[in-house]
Design a protein around this ligand. Structure first.
Ligand code: PEP
Ligand code: MG
Length: 551
């Protein structure tokens, strides 16, 4: 038996025969002796062709999988018309390169910029861009993309990576699972696999290609494993576990749409965390009661200039509209520490986690921050907006932001721009200072959201990025839990609500304790919403929660 490991991008278990999907590499003419006007025309025709193919695929996806999932094809269309991408291609064509080479090299160059951010989300956008570039190249060299054709049923499709377009055209009746040597959890292919309910494992590495075409394998995406050459005993155990896990998932489904109220009457909601506006759909599809954390900094990463007010407005408006009246908590820019933006021209810091990050940077760069605040205010009429401020350590910081929000609202109103009559303002509780001052801070805002990742880092004086400290990084530490309880008590004393949006929110071992603390909302990755709701439901049925705080 050989066990390959990866990350379960779409949970579930499946067995079947290995079928490899290999892409051919195109060799493109790199000479600069092409007639620019001819290549320009070819490029324009290819752009038009790919636009219409993407539109066709969007329609198919909408019919076969769902409206929200079909958005990936819209995103690819938008990437096709991205100003940076278009001008990078046009520059190359003007230099005498063929249109195909221009499309290929421009996509690769811009993808490199995204990858260089080191951010997982941006790496995914780089794959999207490469997919768009590849489509253009195919349109320019007159080649059709060919999709897997196999006679086998129960196929475990193995590939280096799969683009959403390729995933869409697969014969789903034959595919029991996907395994990718690259790819990641946030990739659009992973998102599509989740929506199609097909188990998928990503990031397995080159070792995947040591498997034999046609061999039978067991895919356990729940455990992140692919088993080759299993014994009879292992197959038996696998089938038994598959049956049990299917039962468990049907229990999760039972939690869908249920109100979560403890016997003593405390109501808790489960929200989803996202990094881009279009991900709101995943939260809604997974029965999320709202969006608990939209990390807006992703809009700023992996590009050459800051997003304009219009661009941000469009993203926030989309998120709010997709939220369909559910609360959408958008966190203002949290750049600094591990999230770097080269165009901000920030100084190198000895201790970036203790440096110019989050609200500190925003207060130091008011023009940048006010642009974001205006975009948020303008978007506020399109849904239920809650603005969340990161890295707060004092009342003064909150008051300074409130003053800016007031001034920007007044200026917009004067210009006749509509803004919502009311929206909520909250702060992250992610520094011990914020938790210790939570009674004073509660008077200034409407809600708290606990960032347990940073709260653990700053409470235990432990760098969350330092792998060698992992064994010391203990978010269950009593000190962290007491700070959360303290913040919860302060929030409720002043009639506010409190949520948790750090990783600890999805830790089932602490759910009962959070209910005891009367936490009002837990915000987790969209795929964790239903399992957490099912867990809370069982707690609500089983146990009268004490409602008391830890001693
Ligand atoms: C946190 O610190 O827990 C949090 C949610 O913020 P981030 O992980 O983006 O720093
Ligand atoms: Mg944080």
């Amino acid at each position: 038996m050989i066990k390959l490991t990866g990350k379960g991008a779409s949970l579930g278990m499946a067995e079947g025969a290995v079928c490899f999907y290999r892409k051919e590499k195109e060799v493109l003419d790199e000479q600069t002796n092409h007639v620019a006007s001819e290549e320009e025309k070819k490029l324009a025709d290819a752009l038009e062709k790919v636009r219409s193919v993407l539109e066709g695929e969007r329609e198919i996806a909408e019919k076969e999988i769902g409206k929200e999932e079909a958005d990936v094809f819209m995103i690819h269309r938008m990437m096709l018309d991205d100003a940076d991408f278009l001008s990078a291609m046009q520059e190359r064509v003007a230099e005498g390169y063929s249109a195909a080479y221009a499309a290929d090299s421009a996509a690769k160059a811009l993808a490199e910029v995204l990858i260089a951010t080191g951010d997982a989300y941006m790496k995914e956008r780089a794959s999207d861009l490469l997919e768009v570039g590849e489509r253009l190249v195919y349109a320019l060299i007159g080649k059709e993309k060919h999709f897997v054709a196999t006679d086998a049923t129960e196929v475990i499709l193995c590939a280096e990576d799969l683009a959403p377009g390729e995933t869409l055209h697969l014969d789903k009746s034959k595919i029991s699972g996907f395994v990718l040597s690259r790819g990641s959890m946030q990739s659009h292919t992973a998102i599509l696999a989740r929506s199609m309910g097909i188990p998928a494992l990503v990031g397995v590495g080159e070792v995947l290609f040591s498997l034999a075409e046609g061999e039978r394998v067991l895919l356990d995406a729940d455990r992140g494993e692919l088993i080759s050459c299993p014994s009879e005993g292992v197959c038996r155990q696998f089938r038994q576990k598959k049956e049990e896990s299917e039962k468990e998932k049907s229990l999760w489904e039972k939690a869908r749409g249920k109100e979560l109220i403890t016997k003593d009457g405390h109501r808790i909601e489960v929200y989803g965390n996202i990094g881009a506006a279009e991900e709101v759909s995943g939260v809604v599809a997974n029965d999320g009661d709202g969006v608990g954390l939209f990390r807006s900094e992703f809009l700023y990463l992996g590009r050459l200039t800051a997003p304009s007010e219009e661009e941000q407005f469009a993203a926030y408006r989309t998120a709010l509209e997709k939220g369909k009246g559910k609360r959408v908590v958008i966190r203002t820019l949290d750049i600094g520490a591990d999230k770097k933006v080269p165009y901000f021209g920030l100084m190198e810091e000895e201790n970036p986690a203790l440096g110019l990050r989050g609200i500190r940077l925003c207060l130091q760069r008011p023009l940048l921050f006010r642009t974001q605040l205006r975009a948020l205010l303008r978007a506020s009429v399109f849904g239920k907006l809650a603005i969340l401020l990161p890295m707060i350590t004092s009342v003064d910081e909150v008051r300074r932001v409130k003053a800016m929000l007031f001034e920007e609202s007044e200026a917009l109103k004067e210009k006749g721009v509509p803004i919502a009559e009311s929206f909520e303002l909250g702060i992250m509780i992610e520094t011990p200072a914020a938790a210790l001052l939570s009674d004073a801070l509660a008077k200034e805002v409407d809600f708290f959201s606990v960032g347990t990742n940073d709260l653990t880092q700053y409470t235990l004086a432990l760098d969350r990025e330092n792998d060698s400290l992992e064994s010391f990084f203990n978010p269950h530490h009593e000190a962290v839990l007491r700070l959360i309880a303290m913040a919860s008590e302060s929030a409720h004393r002043y009639g506010n609500w409190i949520g948790i949006c750090g990783e600890l929110a999805s830790d089932h071992a602490l759910t009962a304790r959070f209910l005891d603390m009367q936490i009002d909302e837990l915000s987790v990755a969209p795929s964790m919403i239903l399992p957490l709701k099912a867990h809370i439901l069982s707690l609500c049925e089983e146990k009268t929660l004490t409602g008391c705080l830890p001693k």
